[in-house]
Design a protein around this ligand. Structure first.
Ligand SMILES: [Zn+2]
Length: 73
């Protein structure tokens, strides 16, 4: 399953900016991340967690599951 939005990462308040939050791991601000896994740095622990779990793998390995009938006359 692929998630549409990745917003369950731990966030922390950006010092000196009243309404700005950032990812605890990669420190990218939430407005930049914008719910996207790619918004985090490649080294971000949150991003890596999902990538290692295979969430972003977009391979539709859609092998046609029925045998062909070409062998019959
Ligand atoms: Zn992050």
């Amino acid at each position: 399953m692929k998630k549409a939005y990745y917003i369950d990462y731990p966030q922390q308040h950006v010092e000196g900016q009243a309404h700005t939050y950032q990812c605890v791991y990669c420190k990218v601000v939430t407005t930049k991340i914008n719910g996207s896994l790619q918004g985090h740095l490649p080294s971000c622990a949150y991003r890596l967690k999902y990538e290692q779990a295979g969430y972003e793998k977009d391979d539709c390995s859609n092998s046609a599951g029925y045998p062909s009938a070409d062998d019959f006359d």
